[in-house]
Design a protein around this ligand. Structure first.
Ligand code: 0GY
Length: 298
């Protein structure tokens, strides 16, 4: 396909860091393949195919065991590409869907059977035409019976205005990329303090300690990200998730090396016990709750 964006490295480094058995890459996406799963007519970017096979090869290369595949905005509310990837994973992937408020109950059940365990509410203007809070609340109420959670993606300057909306969500919440704080302001910068206040307001809010490449313009080794995020992970050890963000939607400049992203992990989660929670226990509780507490190495 002509003029499609490639936002990932063809051959990322193999990390030196060895992930614990059962480690979950809890934020990644697939694109297409477009010939089978065309992009939404409202897509704000048109990427090249980033297929399930490519994702699973990366998973193995990085030494991870499982993936949580987040429906990318370019696929709109048609979750077929995400479901296809989950189906091909042989139980090693689950997913987050994007749905309309009037989705049929039967369709929600189909998504659940296909491995979906939550929905995403995206507030980034450059990615979506609209973020209708009233409809999002309707969706959040409808998914409660399924035991799903809501993944919310917003920029730090939106957080104060979003507090009433977030307070009204009746299911657990996962914050994408920590709500994109200014990590250069350090661990006590205003954005991370506001995030801590949110985390302190409810025990069922988690965050993804993800995307140094998006949040730390200085580039690798992303020192500002490491020093701002490590204290957050240490202070909220049961509330953090990690993901590669592959295939790094929209990252046309300074595409990160996935191996380097993995090698950051000891700098954001300093102890083995913390990394076990970040990479295994916390994502398993949200995405494979039926296996929670069962030691296995897949
Ligand atoms: C991310 C971030 C971005 C894109 C999407 O769904 C998406 O298109 O999530 C972004 O451009 O910041 O989480 O992948």
């Amino acid at each position: 396909m002509k003029d499609r964006i490639v936002s990932w490295l063809a051959s990322p480094g193999v990390p030196e860091f060895v992930a614990p058995p059962g480690a979950v890459d809890a934020h990644c996406h697939v694109f297409g393949p477009e010939a089978r799963f065309p992009f939404s007519t409202r897509a704000k970017y048109l990427p090249a195919d980033a297929t399930p096979e490519m994702l699973f090869a990366l998973r193995d290369r990085l030494g991870f065991s499982r993936n949580v595949i987040v429906q990318a905005s370019c696929h709109g509310t048609d979750n077929a590409a995400t479901l296809n990837a989950i189906a091909l994973s042989h139980g090693k992937a689950r997913g987050i869907a994007v749905v309309d408020a009037d989705i049929a109950d039967t369709e929600l059940e189909v998504l659940h059977a296909g491995g979906i365990r939550g929905v995403r509410f995206n507030f980034l203007k450059r990615l979506v035409d609209a973020a209708p809070k009233d409809q999002f609340i309707t969706i959040a109420k409808r998914i409660e019976a399924l035991g799903w959670h809501a993944v919310v993606y917003f920029e730090a300057e939106l957080l104060a205005g979003l507090r009433p909306f977030l307070d009204a969500i009746p299911v657990p919440i996962v914050i994408d990329h920590m709500g994109r704080p200014d990590v250069t302001a350090g661990p006590d910068g205003p954005d991370l303090i506001a995030l801590r206040r949110l985390l302190d307001s409810r025990e069922d809010i988690c965050f993804k300690a993800t995307c140094p490449d998006r949040l730390d313009g200085a580039g690798p080794p992303w020192d500002a990200f490491a020093s701002a995020v490590a204290p957050l992970v240490a202070d909220y050890p049961d509330r953090c998730l990690w993901g590669s963000d592959w295939p790094h939607p929209n990252m046309q400049h300074a595409i990160p090396d996935d191996g380097q992203l993995v090698d950051m992990l000891p700098r954001i989660a300093a102890s083995e016990a913390l990394r076990q929670k970040l990479l295994v226990d916390n994502p398993r509780r949200l995405y494979w709750p039926e296996q929670d507490g069962i030691g296995d190495s897949t």
